[in-house]
Design a protein around this ligand. Structure first.
Ligand SMILES: NC(=O)c1ccc[n+]([C@@H]2O[C@H](COP(=O)([O-])OP(=O)(O)OC[C@H]3O[C@@H](n4cnc5c(N)ncnc54)[C@H](OP(=O)(O)O)[C@@H]3O)[C@@H](O)[C@H]2O)c1
Length: 327
């Protein structure tokens, strides 16, 4: 019998794992298996910054396996403004989850890192061996250092106690249940929301920057399958980058074009080239992942974006949009 506790189970990635577990054929590679109980925990079940609340959550569910997604997550602006909070909250959350997993004999723990952990100055493509080769970008060094330390802790817990702890490094994630807040979201949910409002209000849809930078986006439901694979089939402390291939980079213009199409926007659409572009590209290699898995079929970007847009349009009133819900 296995009890799999997903911390941060109510966020973008957690909801996607829940969707895959509930919709893939039972006992298939990614479907629910007999004897498995999946728990998707939100912060309302326990604030993982607090050791006593973490302990209580683990005592309640007695997990044998943990997928640890819970984190203070935010866009660039929030990361730049609240570096100490990002460092401290995420350090506390990670320390509590790792140490409680050790104390309660969890058989396996996968923690979620991010490509932000990589050094700012590094040779591309990023791969799993390069995490500690230099300082992360200063814009999010609080978040990045807290996440990096999970890899250090995984090795320490393995060496000292023999724990089966590891980590996953996703690239940019998008999908249903994302954070669509206009002020504090990632590029896809932010642009989707902006385009939706432009259509609704009959105003122009203006994309910040030239649209030329390239990014690797992974659909949350594909990422969910990769987490389930890692949980069941990967037993090594070293992290695995969970991403589409370098040949599947998409430009911000392609993203915006797909959003215009998915939302059905036909008004004025332009790029504000006076706004900063950010890094042109920061490709990550998924070679280790594909070698280990023996291949994986990613959802085509346009299809994943269409599904995300439809979810957003159908769930606008309940989605995380930053608006105050009407009474
Ligand atoms: N989104 C991306 O593009 C991206 C890329 C790379 C890596 N990641 C990583 O993927 C993981 C999941 O991210 P996400 O995008 O799914 O985030 P998200 O949608 O913001 O969800 C965050 C989750 O963490 C929970 N949480 C936050 N603070 C908590 C606390 N103090 N105690 C307990 N639970 C807490 C939230 O609970 P409530 O719902 O109750 O608030 C929510 O379930 C994170 O570790 C993140 O660093 C994300």
């Amino acid at each position: 019998m296995s009890v799999i506790l997903v911390t941060g189970g109510t966020g973008l990635v957690g909801r996607a794992i829940q969707h895959v577990i509930e919709t893939e054929p039972e006992s298939s590679r990614f479907g629910k298996r007999s004897g498995e109980t999946w728990i998707f925990a939100s912060s309302s079940e326990g604030d993982l910054r607090d050791p006593a609340q973490t302990r209580k959550l683990f005592e309640k569910y007695k997990p044998t396996h943990v997928i640890h997604l819970a984190a203070l997550v935010g866009g660039l602006f929030k990361n730049m403004k609240y570096k100490a909070t990002f460092l401290r909250d995420n350090t506390l959350i990670n320390d509590n989850v790792l140490h409680t997993s050790y104390e309660t004999n969890v058989k396996k723990l996968i923690s979620c890192l991010s490509t932000c952990v990589f050094p700012d100055k590094v040779t591309y493509p990023l791969d799993e061996t390069k995490i500690h080769l230099g300082l992360p970008h200063e814009s999010n060094f609080g978040y990045a250092h807290a996440k990096r330390m999970v890899d250090v802790a995984n090795h320490a817990y393995k060496d000292q106690y023999g724990c089966n702890f590891t980590s996953a490094i996703p690239t940019n994630v998008f999908g249903p249940h994302d954070n669509f807040d206009l002020e504090d979201s990632h590029v896809i949910p932010g642009l989707l929301h902006k385009c939706y409002l432009a259509k609704k209000n009959g105003t122009p849809f203006v994309v910040s920057g030239t649209g030329k930078p390239l990014r690797q986006f992974i659909y949350s439901r594909d990422l969910a399958k990769l987490f389930i694979w890692q949980l069941r089939e990967y037993d090594d402390v070293e992290p695995v980058i969970l991403s589409v291939g370098e040949d599947e980079e998409v430009s911000i213009k392609q993203v915006a074009d797909s959003i215009v199409k998915a939302v059905g926007f036909s008004g004025e659409y332009s790029f504000d080239t006076a706004r900063a572009d950010g890094q042109f590209r920061k490709p990550a290699s998924n070679k280790k992942l594909l070698d280990l898995m023996g291949g994986f079929e990613f959802t085509p970007f346009d299809q994943a974006l269409e599904e995300t847009a439809q979810w957003f349009l159908q769930n606008y009133d309940n989605a995380r949009t930053g608006k105050v819900p009407s009474a």
